[in-house]
Design a protein around this ligand. Sequence first.
Ligand SMILES: Nc1ncnc2c1ncn2[C@@H]1O[C@H](COP(=O)(O)OP(=O)(O)OP(=O)(O)O)[C@@H](O)[C@H]1O
Length: 460
Amino acid sequence: MTAKNILDAASLAKWSIDIFDSLNEGLLIADKDGIVQYVNDQYLRIIGKKADEILFRKLAEVRPGAILPTVIKTGQGMNGVYRTDGKVEYIVDMSPIIVAGEIIGGVSIIRDITEVQKLSAELSRAQNRLRDLQGTVKEILSARYTFDDLVYNNAEFRACVTLAERAAVSDANILLQGESGTGKELIAQGIHNASARKHRPFVAINCAAVPVNLLESELFGYTEGAFTGTKKGGKPGLLHLADGGTLFLDEIGDMGNDLQAKLLRVLQEKRVRRVGELEEKEVDIRIICATHQDLELMVEKKNFREDLYYRINVFQINLPPLRRRQEDIPLLAHHFADSRSSAQKKVFKISAEVEKIFLAYDWPGNIRELRNAIEFACNVVTGDEILPEHLPRRILAQSDLDRFLAGGTLAQRVKEFERQNILQLLRIHGDNTAGKKKVAAILGISIASLYRRLQGTYHL
Ligand SMILES: Nc1ncnc2c1ncn2[C@@H]1O[C@H](COP(=O)(O)OP(=O)(O)OP(=O)(O)O)[C@@H](O)[C@H]1O
């Protein structure tokens, strides 16, 4: 027996009203003339009216713009109609009430979405904030490299690593000097990872890459409205984000004078204040600075603050350029070729000729240039051996120039020129018997003469 059967009509009506009253949605029932016969408390709460302002009145009069009278007239229900009433926003579903094929009224169910809207606005604000933070966090690198990743044999570089290891266990600020691409950031990461701060953030910023007017807000952050164009909720500075960890300030020589003074204050007071904020926050940061410039000279010329120079220069490590690390050139070249081999799942070998060119080259871009040269060659080479012609033009041009300058007498130069021409043709036609025959024919010489010219054993 169902519940329907045990209730009499009066009980059932009462029970229905109790159910309507306890709904979370607002409910309004109108008769076929559009007169409101029932409205629950939720409905009244959502639209902000009292029962006697609505009940037993013509809906079209008390709620101008109401659609329910049309639904009752046409018998066509409507769902998801968006309506606003003052500050309240709600969604309405309307249906005609049809009994025995006849429309006897209509029902309207409303759901307050103001709260939903508020939450969704809140959500989109939070999402924007997250995006901002992600932008900032991009600069936070969990330092990947350790001292074990350094490839070297050179004594001068070894002394630098030893000093870096000592500096790592102290908590002093460090200044790394060296030409671009000599491994300053790698050493900075190594120091961080060998220090007690290794589980805290390693935050890196290149002072030369950020426009001068933005560098302050990147480092110190700002509060919302601190200046025009601030982001909602403001922005934390890298000095806050590096709290407990290491801040790597690359190209410190490019930092403007005003900012140098502010950084000095942070180092002295160990407190940071966001732009536009009154309150200061305590921070605990180790600073590692790097520069390719001669900071001491800059201090002499008054282009860098002397007091800041002494603060950041507790440990000074001067990384040698690659051309002063001759024995490391082949070592690093093979190391980078091996890395490409594992990345491309293909073996790359460096020819003896290329090694010679590398040793003769002066590497103005240092290790970064060497790594790029190997990557370039690995992309160009079709076989597995990297030959001179696979190298970037810049390196080849210098090696050609060196050869030209050291080329000897006219006879020696002519012989070398002939040899290079023959080698080039053999690369094209094949360095085998058939290729040699073809090249000899093209040059109009005998095959024996071709061999002699290749070996340089002939007289001009
Ligand atoms: N000793 C080393 N062993 C292996 N790779 C190295 C070594 N030193 C540097 N590298 C590689 O050389 C490249 C340049 O190094 P890094 O970015 O540390 O130089 P940098 O001196 O900080 O350059 P810049 O001054 O231009 O920022 C990186 O790819 C790094 O991995």
